[in-house]
Write a protein that binds this ligand. Structure first.
Ligand code: DAH
Length: 338
């Protein structure tokens, strides 16, 4: 009796060890055949059961069954281990080219802003930034904007309960730079601005501007014009012409609005330029002496010009985007085109 139980124990131990050592399904199959196969060890043991005394047959039979189950379990586990190894090895083909993850890229607004900064950078303008949450002094008062000026109306500008505002223009950065630096000054300040407009194809509640400021001795309107002209050509090519029209801004005197000849039709007149041949870009002018005085510069010594550019407008012209809202919907089918 002990004899048969010992033989079963030994067979199970051997089979389990060999199954655990198997490294291929062929190895494993050989183990199975050797122990559980028709001519294997277990069926042979089963046949030997006849010689076991009847009163011990029950115990021996139970051990026989549990032993066979142990072997089967070891074979199954080894089979799963070998299959998983084969899968892992098959899934990694080190000779395949890598799979490229979809890479993001710059938004057209950022691209145009960066391009503007680069162009002005080549003309000696240093890029700076100012806060989007501004105080009324920097956004209006210091810029010589009277208390009853319509742009200060809560209908047009977003006010916080504490009296601060979302800046309505990048012009306050002029003030911040002049307050903290001695002239000469030559900066551009790109950034987001906010206005209470009803969004449509050409207006949004927030948009982007680039502010320019140059302060030095003996600066004139001719300098302003040449900088704008150079910018226009760098941005849109040699053929672009610029046009200055008299205008009014509280912080410049004289003030102009300036236009670029239409980059779509070349100035002949088309739908984009509303058949005028020109497209309005933004405002500019000679810094008002009152503004210089507000920051403690002596207007008899220093003079300068300032200008603003609408980045969305430039992006729309650059990429022929018909509706400004496309720039803010973040529809990747649109953005992927740039
Ligand atoms: N801040 C003006 C606006 O948002 C644009 C502007 C006009 C900026 C004249 C200037 C300037 O620097 O000199 O409409």
């Amino acid at each position: 009796m002990n004899d048969i139980i010992e033989r079963i124990d030994a067979a199970v131990a051997d089979a389990v060890r060999q199954a655990a050592a198997a490294t291929s399904s062929a190895d494993l199959e050989a183990v199975r055949v050797a122990y559980l196969g028709r001519n294997g060890l277990f069926p042979a043991l089963s046949r030997g059961m006849g010689e076991v005394p009847p009163e011990q047959r029950r115990t021996a039979g139970q051990r026989f069954n549990t032993g066979r189950a142990e072997i089967q379990e070891a074979l199954d586990a080894a089979g799963r281990r070998i299959a998983a190894g084969a899968d892992a090895a098959g899934a990694i083909d080190l000779t395949l080219p890598g799979r490229r993850l979809p890479a993001g890229h710059k938004h057209p607004i950022s691209r145009v802003a960066d391009e503007c900064v680069a162009i002005f950078g080549r003309m000696g303008f240093v890029a700076v930034e100012g806060p989007e949450i501004e105080d009324i002094y920097h956004n209006f008062d210091a810029l010589n904007t009277p208390a009853d000026h319509p742009s200060r109306d809560p209908q047009d500008t977003f006010y916080f309960p504490d009296g601060r505002i979302l800046r309505s223009q990048t012009s306050p950065v002029q003030i911040r730079v002049m307050e903290s630096h001695e002239p000469p000054i030559r900066i551009v300040a790109p950034g987001r601005v906010f206005r209470r407009d009803t969004p449509d194809a050409t207006h949004g509640m927030n948009f982007h501007q680039i502010e320019g400021l140059s302060i030095d001795r003996g600066v004139s309107m001719a300098d302003l014009k040449s900088v704008l002209q150079t910018f226009a050509r760098e941005m849109f090519g040699e053929k672009v012409r610029i046009r200055l029209r008299p205008h009014f801004f509280p912080f410049t005197e004289p003030s102009v609005e300036y236009d670029f000849s239409c980059v779509v039709c070349g100035g002949k007149g088309c739908g984009v330029c509303k058949h005028s041949g020109y497209i309005e870009i933004a405002g500019a002018g000679m810094v008002d002496p009152a503004v210089l005085a507000n920051v403690g510069y002596d207007p008899r010594v220093w003079s300068g010009y300032a200008f603003g550019l609408g980045i969305e407008r430039l992006a729309m012209l650059r990429y022929r985007i018909p509706d400004l809202r496309l720039l803010y919907e973040n529809d990747v089918r649109f953005l992927e085109q740039f």
